[in-house]
Design a protein around this ligand. Structure first.
Ligand SMILES: Cc1cc2nc3c(=O)[nH]c(=O)nc-3n(C[C@H](O)[C@H](O)[C@H](O)COP(=O)(O)OP(=O)(O)OC[C@H]3O[C@@H](n4cnc5c(N)ncnc54)[C@H](O)[C@@H]3O)c2cc1C
Length: 492
């Protein structure tokens, strides 16, 4: 009934014997955990693997990784950490890149990957997911039963990580955000007790948009749906930078007319260096996805074909395969922990401001030429449809930005070298975002919590409305007064 501990000298020894003999780390905790739990101590390969992160910049540091196997394990780790005055952080696939998590030093990593179950209720209306389950596991298990629900787009990201901050995904156009699907959550609170949170709890507001601040979710019960449109199609276009004005004007005119993209479309583009096509300037890779068709309709494609792309390709198939077509699959570069500082500078917009787009592009192009160490950097421009998101009242959950048409994010990437390069990277990200912000005409930068860099203000992340921030502050004071869950976009 004891957890397995691994250290530098002996990779896996199970039970009390191995634990006592080695005495490597957190021995008294091991005796409180279920037999499928593991503790990985510094020096072991497992510890090293478990603590790799999607972004290396200002990463948290840990004195042990505890791979929990049950809800009870999570409760015990939190109690143990409190008894020893240790900070702790729940981690799924470590894609959380906000620099505030770097304030956690020498803590306990609570690795959630074994909590990956998917169970559909008998009536087929809901499913319960483990708190560490990843998107692909949910999509595949539901699909096998003719069901689906809203998850993030990438196969490698968890459901709960995005969901606690809202959670964008392709099915949001029909059903709302990931968090709009929640029916209830089991959550381990700051003192290690367990709470079931649903619409009757005052925390219900907070867990849907600011949930990282209140506890560790061990399971989620979520709405699920019969698959309505099994098939999707996509069309990709590669454009050189001289087509930028025409491309984004076309999107404004054909997709965002009347401030609302058609419900069956998703568009996104990436502005990136590709020396094989243009040695000096970034190119634009533009995708259109359409639901319920085997080929993206001619009328949708025609205005973009008319611009004269360098190349174009297309494909189609069932919804679960979609991430692998567009670079969001488990094997895609974007999913890997590749030793890069991966920093995002998000901003939400209603339309593309063409002048701002050009200035942003030129700055990116010039800077990547001047500082080659930054030339893996890209700008990500995502256009999710919003009908399902707008169908929920903005007053009922902490997520503050219902109705933003576009989620843009300069993604500044580099191999960490020194403070100078880190500053140049941050300056580039901030400057690109500032151009987009000025072009938006908005006073406050709207910055999606799950993409935030980490230096944004409380207002920029949790919204302009004073009542929303006041309510969050009051709930934080009530449920987590000592800030045990204040490492990811803290409410303060
Ligand atoms: C490749 C990639 C693709 C992405 N795609 C999308 C997308 O399609 N839609 C979208 O909205 N966002 C997306 N994001 C952003 C994503 O929402 C955030 O990066 C999010 O933090 C990732 O969650 P994670 O669980 O995978 O990462 P982790 O680093 O494991 O977790 C992030 C944070 O969530 C908290 N946390 C984790 N597990 C729990 C738990 N069980 N209970 C309570 N708190 C917990 C912790 O504070 C942790 O620091 C993407 C990010 C990347 C890198």
């Amino acid at each position: 009934m004891y957890a397995t501990v691994s250290s530098c000298n002996d990779s896996f020894k199970s039970g009390r014997e191995g634990l006592l003999r080695r005495g490597a780390c957190e021995e008294s905790l091991a005796q409180r955990l279920s037999d499928r739990a593991n503790i990985y101590c510094p020096g072991s390969q497992e510890f090293k693997n478990s603590t790799q992160r999607w972004s290396t910049l200002e990463a948290p540091t840990f004195r042990a990784t505890v791979e929990v196997a049950t809800e009870g394990d999570v409760m015990e780790v939190v109690k143990y950490a409190n008894e020893h005055e240790l900070p702790f952080l729940a981690v799924n696939n470590a894609h959380g890149a906000i620099t505030t998590v770097g304030q956690l030093q020498n803590g306990i990593m609570i690795w959630m990957r074994q909590l990956n179950s998917v169970k559909i209720t008998e009536d087929g209306q809901m499913a319960t997911f483990g708190g560490g389950v990843l998107d692909k596991a949910v999509t595949d298990a539901l699909w096998a039963a003719g069901k689906q629900t809203v998850t993030g787009g990438c196969e490698c990201v968890s459901v709960i990580g995005p969901g606690l901050g809202g959670g964008h995904g392709l099915l949001q156009a029909r059903h709302g955000l990931v968090s709009d699907q929640f029916v209830s959550l089991n959550m381990v609170m700051a003192d290690g007790s367990l709470k079931t949170i649903d619409h009757a709890s005052d925390l219900w507001f907070a867990v849907r948009g600011a949930g990282h601040n209140f506890g560790i979710v061990t399971s989620i019960t979520s709405k699920i749906y019969n698959v309505q449109f099994p098939n999707w199609a996509f069309r990709n276009f590669t454009f050189t930078g001289d087509k930028l004005e025409a491309l984004y004007s076309n999107i404004n005119e054909h997709f965002l007319k009347d401030d609302e993209q058609p419900v069956d479309l998703f568009h996104y583009s990436v502005i990136l260096k590709n020396a094989a096509i243009d040695a000096n300037n970034p190119i634009i890779s533009f995708y259109i996805l359409q639901e319920g068709v085997d080929i993206v309709e001619d009328a949708v494609v025609a205005p973009f074909l008319a611009l004269g792309p360098v190349s174009t390709f297309s494909g189609s198939g069932d919804y679960p395969a979609l991430p692998s077509w567009i670079g969001w699959g488990n094997n895609a570069a974007t999913c890997q922990h590749s030793g890069l500082a991966n920093t995002r500078f998000p901003i939400e917009l209603q339309h593309y401001n063409i002048t701002a787009q050009r200035s942003m592009y030129n700055l990116l192009s010039n800077t990547l030429n001047e500082i080659p160490a930054l030339n893996r950097s890209v700008v990500l421009l995502e256009g999710y449809s919003q009908q399902g998101v707008k169908a929920f009242s903005s007053k009922e959950s902490a997520y503050p930005f219902r109705g933003s048409n576009l989620l843009l994010a300069p993604v500044v990437r580099y191999i960490e070298e020194d403070e100078k390069l880190a500053k140049e990277g941050k300056d580039l990200g901030e400057a690109l975002r500032d151009i987009l912000h000025v072009g938006s005409g908005r006073v406050t930068k709207r910055t999606y919590v799950n993409y935030a860099f980490g230096t944004e203000s409380f207002q920029e992340i949790y919204g302009d409305e004073f009542w929303r921030r006041k309510r969050l502050l009051a709930l934080k004071k009530k449920y987590d007064p000592s800030g045990k869950f204040s490492f990811y976009a803290p409410i303060a």
